[in-house]
Design a protein around this ligand. Structure first.
Ligand SMILES: Nc1nc2c(ncn2[C@@H]2O[C@H](COP(=O)(O)OP(=O)(O)OP(=O)(O)O)[C@@H](O)[C@H]2O)c(=O)[nH]1
Length: 347
C-alpha cells in the first residue's frame, strides 16, 4: 500500500523563530528514531537557514520566491522528488515569513491531489516583541500578514517573550486569543516548548468546534488539516490556475537584497553597519569571513537584535548577506557594504 506522508507546516513572520523550532523538532524526531525531511523556502536566492540543519537530513530548497505564490509550482515537484527518493517518515515545510498562510495550505492541498499526504495542523511562531510593537500602531501590511498567520495557526507559539514585560505579554496573549479563539497558545523563549503537546494537536478535543464550512472543504480533500477559522484576510490577488502563477499584492511590499562579498570585512565595522540598519530592514542573515578572526560566522538579525554563530559550512558556501524588509534602499546597503570591503582591501 502506498505510504501516507505526514506534512508539518511552519508559519510565522520573518525572524520569528521558525528555524529555531525546526531544529528542536528535528532532534526530537531523530530521538524517536524517525527520519524527517525538510523543505525550506526562502524569498532570497540563498538558503542560509539550511546551514543550521544537519547534512544527514534530506532537504529540498525552494529559493528566490514564495511557495504561496511565485514559486508555488515548484512545491509539488520538490515534494514528489523528496518523498520518492528519500522515503522520509515525515516532511516539514518551513515557508518564508512573508507567506500568506492560507495560500500555503492551498498549495500543499493541491499537491495532496496527486501525492498521499497527511497534512497536519499549522504551527505558527509569533514574534511577540515585534507583534507588541506593531499592535501599538495597528497598521501596515506586515501587521496584517502577522494577523493572518495568527488566525490560521492551530498552535501559536508566542516566542521571544524574554523581550517583553509581563504586562506586554498579557496584552499580546489577549490579542492573539481574540484573533484566534481555537488555537492553543504557548509562551516560549527560543521555541523551547513541550514538543509532544505541540505535535499532538489533532487529538485535542478543542478543535472539534472549528468552523464547519472549513471542515466541509477539508472533507473534499479527504484530510482534516485546516484549522483556520476561515476568516483570513487575503490581500487582493489574482490566481492563474493554469500555470500556478499568482500575482500577490501581499508580497509587493517586501524588498530583498543579497550581497555577495568579495572578501573578508572588519567585524567591528560590520557590527556598526548592522546596528545602523534602517528600520525598514527587519531581517538579515548571512555567512561572513571577518578579517580580524579566522572563523566564519553565520549572522542573524531580526527586529534590531543581532546574533553571530561560529560555523564551518560544508561545501562551497559564499560570503553573503541577505536583507529583507519593506521598501528599503538597496543601493544604500550595497554602497555601505562595498565601502566595508574597500576599507579592508586597502589595509
Ligand atoms: N531574544 C530572542 N531571540 C530569539 C528567540 N527565538 C529565536 N531568536 C533569535 O531570532 C533570530 C531569528 O530566528 P530564526 O529561528 O532564524 O527565525 P525564522 O523565523 O526562521 O527566520 P526567517 O527564516 O528569516 O523567517 C535568531 O537570531 C534567533 O537566535 C527568542 O525567544 N528570544
Amino acid at each position: 500500500m502506498e505510504r501516507v506522508t505526514p506534512i508539518y507546516l511552519l508559519s510565522g513572520f520573518l525572524g520569528s523563530g521558525k528555524t529555531t523550532l525546526l531544529q528542536r523538532l528535528l532532534s526530537h524526531w531523530k530521538g524517536q528514531g524517525l527520519r524527517p525531511a525538510v523543505i525550506m523556502n526562502e524569498i532570497g536566492d540563498v538558503n542560509l537557514d539550511g546551514l543550521l540543519v544537519s547534512s544527514e537530513v534530506p532537504m529540498a530548497e525552494i529559493l528566490d520566491g514564495c511557495i504561496c505564490c511565485t514559486v508555488r509550482g515548484d512545491l509539488g515537484l520538490q515534494m514528489s522528488e523528496l518523498i520518492t527518493n528519500e522515503r522520509p517518515d515525515l516532511v516539514v515545510i518551513e515557508a518564508t515569513g512573508a507567506a500568506n498562510p492560507m495560500e500555503i495550505f492551498d498549495a500543499v492541498t493541491e499537491v495532496s491531489l496527486y501525492l498521499k499526504l497527511d497534512i497536519k495542523p499549522m504551527i505558527t511562531v509569533v514574534d511577540s516583541a515585534y507583534l507588541s510593537e506593531l499592535y501599538e500602531a495597528q497598521k501596515g501590511k506586515t501587521y496584517r500578514l502577522m494577523l493572518d498567520q495568527i488566525r490560521c495557526g492551530s498552535v501559536l507559539i508566542l516566542n521571544k517573550v524574554d523581550r517583553i514585560s509581563e504586562e506586554k505579554r498579557e496584552e499580546v496573549r489577549a490579542l492573539v486569543r481574540r484573533l484566534n479563539p481555537y488555537a492553543q497558545i504557548i509562551d516560549a523563549v527560543k521555541c523551547d516548548v513541550e514538543l509532544e503537546v505541540l505535535l499532538n494537536q489533532e487529538r485535542d478535543q478543542q478543535y472539534a468546534n472549528v468552523n464547519p464550512t472549513t471542515k466541509e472543504q477539508d472533507h473534499d480533500h479527504g484530510h482534516d488539516h485546516d484549522h483556520c477559522d476561515g476568516h483570513c484576510q487575503h490581500e487582493d490577488h489574482t490566481h492563474g490556475h493554469d500555470d500556478h502563477k499568482h500575482t500577490h499584492a501581499s508580497h509587493e511590499h517586501v524588498t530583498v537584497y543579497s550581497h555577495y562579498f568579495t572578501g573578508p570585512v572588519d567585524s567591528v565595522e560590520f557590527e556598526r553597519f548592522i546596528s545602523e540598519l534602517p528600520r525598514e530592514v527587519y531581517r538579515g542573515k548571512g555567512v561572513l569571513s571577518f578579517s580580524d578572526t579566522s572563523s566564519r560566522f553565520l549572522f542573524q538579525y531580526a527586529y534590531r537584535e543581532a546574533d553571530y554563530l561560529k560555523i564551518n559550512p560544508q561545501g562551497d558556501v559564499p560570503d553573503v548577506a541577505v536583507f529583507i524588509g519593506e521598501h528599503f534602499d538597496k543601493s544604500l546597503l550595497s554602497q555601505q557594504l562595498k565601502a566595508l570591503e574597500h576599507s579592508q582591501s586597502k589595509s
